[in-house]
Every structure is written in C-alpha cells, then in structure tokens.
Design a binder for this molecule. Sequence first.
Ligand code: ZN
Length: 372
Amino acid sequence: MDLTSIPIIDHHAHPLLRPEATQSAAGFRQWFTESTDPQVHARHVPHSLFFRTGLRWLAELLGCEPTLAAVLAARAARPYPAWVRQLFDDANIRLLFCDYGYQGETAYSHDEMQALLPCPVRPILRLETLAQDLIVQHDTFEQMLAAFVAAVGRAREEGYVALKSIVAYRTGLDITPVARDEARAAFVPVKEEARRNGRVRLASKPLCDYLVWQALALADGQDLPLQFHSGFGDRDADLRLANPLLLRSVIEQTKTQLVILHAGWPYYRELSHLAAIYRRVWLDLSLAIPLATTGIPTLLRDVLGMAPASKILFATDAFTMPEIFWLAARWGRWGLGRVLDEFVAEGFLTAAEAWQTAEAILGKNAGALYSL
Ligand SMILES: [Zn+2]
C-alpha cells in the first residue's frame, strides 16, 4: 500500500532549530540518535539504519551523492524556508501540534514556526516548564498554585490543543495522591533553589504529582487531552519509572483523555493492553517511529494485534531539523503500509478496511480525539 496520499496530523512534535545549528557534520548527525554522547554521534551513528538509510533517501530527494558531505552541501545550497516547505509538503503533514517546552536558544518560536511551515501549527502546553517559571516568579506556594491553575485553566482559550507532562522523566509515572499541605511543604526547598539560581528544575515528587492532579482536573473541564511522556525519549528518563502501567491510578481516577506517548517504548505491549481496555487511553507511536526503523512493522503488528486501530495515533516527535519530520513520515507510512499489506494477504482485513485503518492512524483518530 502506498499511503503517501493520506495526510498526517502530527499531534506531537517540537520546534525546529535555526539552520546554523545543524549545518556541520556533527550538528546534523547528532539528531539521528537519542544518545547525547559525542563519541556515539561520531563513531556509531553513521552505522545506524536511521542515519544510513536516511542519508540515502535525502540524497535522492536532493539529487546528490549519498554521502554526508554531499547532503550537507546540497541542503545548505537551498534557501532554508523553501527546503522546509518542500519536506513538509512531500511528507504530506497537514497539521502540526508543537510542544515548545524542549527549546534551546536556537529553536524557533511559535510565530516563527507558523510562518515557516506550510501547514497550521498549534501549541501544546507543557506543565512542568510552566510550573518552573511560576515557581521562580512567585514567593509562596499559594501564589504559585493560583497562577498555575489560572494558566492551565485558560489553556484552551489561549489556543492550546493539549497539555503535556514530562513527569515520567522527572519523578516517574507512579503519580500518587498528595495532600495540599505536603505539596506546600515540598515547595519550600524548591523555591529556595529557584532563589539561589534564578531558575529551577522541578523534580520534587510531591510537587510534581500534586500539579499533575490539578492539571488533570483542569484539562477535563476544557475537554483538553493530556499527553504523558512514557518510555524512552529523554536523557533523564529512568525507564523503570516510565512504564505506562504505572499510570493505573491516574487512568482509573480521571475523566481526562490520556495520550501515552512514544508507544511507551519498550513497553508497547503493556500500553497496547491499556489502550485496549480503557476508553480514555490512547496509544501514540511517535519516536518509536522513526527510531525503530526496520522494527516498525513488528511494533505495529503487535500493537494492532491487541489494541483497536481507533485508539492508535501516528506522530513524529520530530524536532531540530525538517529532515527528521520527513524521515519519520516516510518510515511510518512504509511500516504501516507493509503491515496492512500483510493483514490483507493473510485475510485479517479487506483492502478497504486496511485503507481505513491507515487513514485513522495517520490522522483521523487525532482529528476525533482533539475535536478538530
Ligand atoms: Zn516529544
């Protein structure tokens, strides 16, 4: 099946970096891995399938030799905005949701992203980053909490299409009920750190958990889905604490739609089960696609074998370079097409059902979930 004509709603991604940041070999190569080790970037990334195959595919598109030097020269020779448009148009990405919480100085702002991309861009509100800013700005727990509740409470009004929590790689997905007094007490040392350093990295479990519960209640009132990071995808992630099974008490107690990111990789079987039995749990495939590359059909075969196709969402989780969005779309369509071909050949689905499944996963499920 050739799925290129089915438009993608990329419901979880991050901003691009300014092109100067990715023009060198090292600056380009480092985004083909989750590793932050320069030795891995230099010695081992060139031997990864994601990089090797990606280079060949990009060289075909650019009409150059499939070497890193040739690809870098060819992309640098094009006006950056035109190159970005070409990649997004070719990837057939119709709508992008962007989480700006992961953002260095070289990343584009929301307005710049909207100007650069050929598709509409909608912002995602990252809870922990918001809380960190508010802890710096406010002296007391009650002031900080009031500001947090106000900001999250008007998220929909301000154009946000989803909330996002990274509690998985701060204090873990085992989010427990916290009394207000306990959260207030936990605020004291965190505020002290903020005073000392002028900024703070929120990693206090009582405070993180308390704020997530607040956000869940506020999300429900606005019909805003909450995206939870799960599984791999950040250097801070302790995978033992990022297993989506740990979300059980949240799943059982909330009325908010929960989008569990990255297929919970490597816990995608666990997540498939949760998505199959709980009406409010949605399984996102981002980052596992594209990084699993040749393993994508295996992932999809397992996931689709257990969870209804109506609960599964494609996204890229791409960031930094437009090429990553394009490669994620290509790997995703390839893997999904391949598995659906097998399902038709094996008599599990009709050709029409397979096509509807592809449409659902690439965009229609997101359209329904986010009320687009
Ligand atoms: Zn992400």
